[in-house]
Design a protein around this ligand. Structure first.
Ligand code: KG4
Ligand code: ZN
Length: 334
């Protein structure tokens, strides 16, 4: 069987990325250019700035990925690109670049769902065992996704308000930490003790949904009350308590879902899966259950194009290809 070699492009948020992936499982090259520093002073991603930066650098990033792969375009099977969800202007830069390269080299174009990419990153570590359960925790998403077989994705639970990453970023801002708050909050939490009582939203029995807005408000109130009363406010203890609460509910619901759906493997995906506390707690939770787990290395949890190449392989096998009128879909459902 001939190898399927895909050049994948990802520009849905603030990372400009390109990667060459073989058979959906082997990274030949992966280039990620982060715009983080440009957005930092605004305390979040500014869509217009993101689009402009993508435009400035996308050609270079694609060229670099091909250069590192040491392959001519004639060896490529297809070009893949994230079609959504994400910032529409940012998505359109990647889509336009992908169309141009695909058209110029006479290659098919594969549309990829960003979250399917995050999940499929697991295949770059080791083969996914089906049925599987994926915990997707990123800046825009918090979902439990059941997968019966390759390409099947059923959302069985999701956040009713903030995404986990969004909660991390908002709480971090309340604690005076720079953007993006997740990694900073994790570092601060490591120096504190989880001694502050914060609410965990378990929701109705049997629900696999999440809610983080109450937790976020509780942190804001705790800080406000301490300031009003002139009491000491130990940010590191609040950070540790927040981290403890988020990890507990994420891990517990993932475990319940994995057992209820009788899966063979659990996958963690998305930027928040870079959190060391979450990674350790997930591993612990599945020891002795007979359920295997894959938590990709941190660089494959945060936005990258290798994951898009991995997910594109499944679309290629289904011959799910895009036409030249492919558009960015900011709210694309899984
Ligand atoms: O998947 P991702 O790179 O981009 C989206 O598609 O959203 O996720 C970014 C999110 C941000 O909210 C960031 O603060 C969070 O992931 N994040 C973390 C950590 N690293 C990144 N949250 C907690 N702990 C971390 N170590
Ligand atoms: Zn993402």
């Amino acid at each position: 069987k001939e190898d399927v070699i895909i050049l994948a492009i990802e520009t849905s948020c603030d990372e400009t990325a390109a990667s060459v992936v073989k058979n959906g499982s082997e990274i030949i090259s992966s280039v990620v250019a982060s715009q983080m520093d440009s957005h930092k002073r605004f305390g979040g991603v500014v869509p217009e700035i993101a689009s402009r930066h993508h435009t400035e650098i996308i050609t270079q990033v694609m060229e670099q990925a091909m250069l590192e792969a040491e392959l001519p375009f004639s060896k490529l099977t297809a070009i893949a690109v994230t079609e959504g969800p994400g910032l529409v202007g940012a998505l359109l830069v990647g889509i336009s670049a992908a169309k141009a390269v695909a058209f110029a080299h006479g290659l098919p174009l594969i549309p990829v769902h960003h979250i399917a990419g995050h999940i499929q990153a697991a295949e770059l570590v080791k083969p996914i065992l089906y049925p599987a359960m994926a915990l997707v925790v990123s800046g825009g998403h918090t979902e439990l996704v059941y997968m019966k077989e390759p390409g099947h994705m059923e959302v069985i639970g999701e956040t009713r308000d903030d995404a986990a990453g969004e909660a991390y970023d908002k709480v971090a801002r309340t604690l005076g930490l720079p953007y993006p708050g997740g990694p900073h909050l994790e570092r601060l939490a490591a120096t504190g003790e989880p001694t502050v009582k914060l609410p965990i939203a378990w929701l109705e029995p049997g629900s696999y949904d999440f809610s983080f807005s109450g937790l976020k408000s509780s942190v804001i109130n705790t800080k406000h009350n301490a300031e009003q009363r002139g009491e000491p406010f130990k940010a590191e203890d609040v950070a540790a308590s927040f981290q403890h609460s988020v990890v507990e509910v994420l891990v517990e619901k993932t475990k319940r879902a994995a057992l209820a759906y009788d899966v063979q493997q659990v996958i963690a995906a998305g930027g928040v899966a870079a959190n060391r506390g979450l990674r350790a707690a997930l591993k612990d939770a599945f020891i002795g259950t007979g359920i295997d787990w894959t938590i990709p290395p941190i660089e494959l949890c945060t936005d990258n194009a290798a994951m898009i190449g991995a997910a594109a392989y499944i679309e290629w096998n289904k011959q799910n290809l895009a036409d030249w009128d492919l558009n960015g879909k900011p709210g694309l459902a899984l």
